[in-house]
Design a protein around this ligand. Sequence first.
Ligand SMILES: [Zn+2]
Length: 320
Amino acid sequence: MTRYVMGVDVGGTKILIGMASADGEVLRERRYPTDTSSNEAILRSVYAAVDDFWMTLTPADPRPAAIGLGLVGGVDHRAGVWKSAVNIPIKNPEPVAHNLQQRYGVPVALDNDVHCSTLAESRLGAGRGVSDFVLISIGTGVSVGIVANGSLVHGAGNYAGEAGHMVVSDDPTVCKCGRIGCVEPLLSGGGIITATRALLPTHPESSLHRWGTGLHAGHVYAAAAEGDPLAVFIADRAVDCIKKMTVNVVNLLNPELVVFSGGALPLARLTSEVIPHLRTTILPITSASLRDVVLAAVHPEKAGLVGACCLAFDLLDQPA
Ligand SMILES: [Zn+2]
C-alpha cells in the first residue's frame, strides 16, 4: 500500500500543506495565510492550518503516517523545536514536534526551509543520486544547502549554509547581522528592494519608480539590461556578489553539482556571466570534478513542502 505523509511549509506570508507519497506525488494541497503580527499569532496560524487540513481529510483519503515541517529561521531539528525567526517574530522556543505528535499521534519531524528545499532537490530533483552538491538559494534571503557524502549538512547548531553572511564586498551597506560586506543586503531579493528604494529619491530619472511598492529584484535586473543607471549599479553589485560567493562555496566544498534556486536570481546573467566566471576562477582541481551547474528541478514554490514530506519519510524509515 502506498504510504502518505503530511508536509507543512511555513513561510513569511503563507503556510502550504499537502500530502505526498515517497515518489513525490502531492495530494490535497492547501494554502493558508500566516498571521505574523506576533509570536502567538504565528503559532496559532500554524496549528490552526494543520488542524484544518487534518480535520477535513475525508474517509476516502489516506491517513498521514507522519508529519514533516519546514520552518523559516532557527530550528533545532534534533529536539523538534522552532527556536527563533527574525522576519516573522518567533521569540520563544516552541516544541512544535512534541505538540503535534501529542495531538495527532504520529511522528513529527522539522527542519529549516532551506534544508527542506535541499532535501527535496536531493531526493526528487537535480541532485538525485549526487553525493556532493550545493543548492544556492537566492530569494528573499541568501543561503546554501549542502549535501556532502550523500547527507544533508546541518552544522553543530543547524545553521550550516548561512552564506548570506559571507563577507565579499567593501560596500558600506550594513547587513541585518550588523556587519558590512555581507552578501545578504547586496544580493538577496529583500536586500535589492531595500537598497533600490533607498536610492530612488536621488535618481528621479530611474524607470524603477513605476513599480512603487510592487518592486522586486526581477524589475531591477530587467531595467539594468536596458541601461537604467540606478538599476545597473544595484545589479552589477549583486552579480559581483553572487560570483564571489559561488567561487568561495565551490572552492570550499568541492561539489560535483551546483544547483541555483530562488525567485531573486539574476537569470540571464547567471548563464552569460556567473557560470563562465565560475569555470574560469575556481581552482582547476575543483573545476575538474564540478560536473554541472543547473537550475533547481523542483519548483521553488513546492520545494519546501516536498522537502518537509521527505523529512517525514526519513523519520518513518529510520531504524528503531
Ligand atoms: Zn550579515
